[in-house]
Design a protein around this ligand. Structure first.
Ligand code: NAD
Length: 457
């Protein structure tokens, strides 16, 4: 396996060495190929996502396929400008001179992907790597086998196979890949495996982007439009892969007095969206596999949260389905408050004053995203100024990811580095400093002998 991985990387290095991936035309052809495969094979992609997660067709299109196409189309529109060297200022020290920053591709990139958005989170980093003129290996997640196999087929069929490869597999295959020297690794997944990736990369001094997870809080103030707030929390939690989303609301913080009103609003909107029997709804993804199903039911069975379920709680083990579930007033030392939930359970914790929620969040690891619903200007500014998270979204959830002008990435335990839009191009480029001088203006003061007079200049 290690030998195969070594040969694979050597082949890609030879392709990169030939210079073909550096041209504008090659990059454009590969970006167009991704748009083409997304258009021509849309039905197959939706089918694979149905098979892996019972993902509703709307979510497959809106959250995955259209996301990839949007990234390609932005790159196609902006690439020429992104590739143009950026003029830089010069000073009297180098006079006369001119300076520029040249974006050069890094070489051979490894993208290790995850299962929750297996099409988007595999191809979006590939779009960045290609835009920047690199060769790339994609290792999709074995936990979404239908999408992994389809990606292997589609990239083999539509893309330049001398520069873009897919390696399917699990831990042994990924370990063999990680033994190789890469020019950059982008990994999406858990913190635990993130540490393995970082350690393996360190051996080769390979830079990494780690897109990890965490517990994303939602603070709900008492002065909000409750119906809209409830809908937007639902959209980010249950209408996004049934909670199996890295930026999904993980827990809610509100005041003791307001919590029952929030529960009522969430319950009423949930029933409008998914009916009285949500386990039968075709608009909710299932849990990805039985091990995650068992992990989630264990969080509900914890004796510390017994009697705390105020909505939902129904499970269907055979079909791996769990209904949208709300738990009220869960203790901080319960299991559910001490791991990333990554599923359809939403605990609500309460504080006396809404301002206290900032300390609750800051007492934990830095999350990938944090949300605030309020009309209070002062609270908004305090939240933005004092919460450290990958990204923030005020009066909505998850939508900050839809803006390609914003970087997407974590901080602390939620990750390092970022991508999306031009940040993806920059993430897979080296910013080469270039200073141009002529033979004019040669000043003797910089050369030996170092006289006292020269020191005073
Ligand atoms: P995971 O870390 O188990 O798996 C991700 C990838 O790592 C897979 O391709 C897998 O094959 C590989 N892998 C697993 N174990 C490995 C090992 N020991 N050595 C080498 N490679 C290994 O993560 P997961 O359970 O698939 O993903 C869930 C986590 O991902 C959650 O924490 C979630 O928040 C996070 N996530 C983050 C983002 C983001 O963009 N920040 C997006 C989606 C998910």
């Amino acid at each position: 396996m290690a030998l195969e991985a070594a040969e694979l990387v050597a082949g890609l290095r030879a392709t990169f060495g030939s210079g073909k991936t550096k041209s504008y035309e090659w990059r454009v052809s590969q970006l167009k190929a991704i748009v083409k495969l997304a258009d021509e094979r849309q039905k197959d992609i939706i089918g694979a996502l149905r098979s892996d997660l019972n993902k509703p067709e709307f979510e497959s299109y809106a959250h995955e396929i259209s996301g990839v196409k949007k990234s390609c189309n932005l790159a196609l529109k902006e690439l020429h400008w992104w590739m143009t060297p950026e003029k830089a200022k010069t000073s009297s020290t180098t006079f006369p001179s001119s300076a520029e920053i040249v974006s050069e591709p890094l070489g051979v990139i490894l993208v290790i992907s995850t299962w929750n958005y297996p099409f988007l989170l595999s191809l979006d980093p590939v779009v960045g790597a290609i835009s920047a003129g690199n060769t790339v290996v994609l290792k999709p997640s074995e936990i979404a086998p239908a999408t992994s196999s389809l990606l292997s087929e589609l990239l083999g069929e539509y893309m330049d196979s001398s520069a873009v490869k897919v390696v399917e597999g699990a831990v042994p295959e990924t370990t063999a890949l990680l033994e190789q020297k890469w020019d950059k690794i982008l990994y999406t997944g858990s913190c635990e495996v993130g540490r393995i990736i970082l350690a393996a990369a360190a051996k080769h001094l390979t830079p990494v982007i780690l897109e990890l997870g965490g517990k994303c809080p939602v603070v709900v103030d008492t002065n909000v439009n409750l119906e809209v707030a409830a809908r937007r929390i639902i959209a980010g939690k249950w209408s996004s892969n049934n909670g199996q989303t890295c930026v999904a609301p993980d827990y809610v913080i509100t005041t003791k007095a307001f919590a029952p009103k929030l529960v009522d609003a969430l319950t009423s909107e949930l029933e409008k969206f998914y009916g009285k029997e949500p386990l039968k709804s075709q608009d909710l993804s299932r849990i990805v596999n039985s091990s995650h199903f068992n992990r989630l039911t264990k969080l509900m069975d914890d004796e510390k949260v017994s009697g705390k379920i105020v909505h939902g709680g129904q499970c269907d083990k055979t079909n791996l389905r769990i209904a949208p579930t709300i738990l009220l007033d869960v203790p901080e030392d319960s299991l559910i408050m001490n791991e990333e939930i990554f599923g359809p359970l939403l605990p609500i914790i309460t504080v006396n004053k809404i301002e206290d929620s900032i300390n609750v969040i800051n007492a934990r690891e830095k999350p990938l995203a944090a949300y605030l619903f309020t009309n209070d200007k002062k609270l908004k500014e305090e939240f933005i100024g004092s919460i450290s998270a990958g990204g923030l979204c005020i009066n909505d959830t998850t939508l900050h990811l839809a803006e390609s002008s914003l970087p997407f990435g974590g901080v602390g335990e939620s990750g390092m580095g970022s991508y999306h839009g031009k940040f993806s191009f920059d993430a897979f480029s080296h910013k080469k400093a270039v200073l141009r001088r002529s033979f004019a203006g040669d000043i003797s003061a910089r050369y030996p002998p170092y006289t006292t007079r020269k020191l005073q200049l």
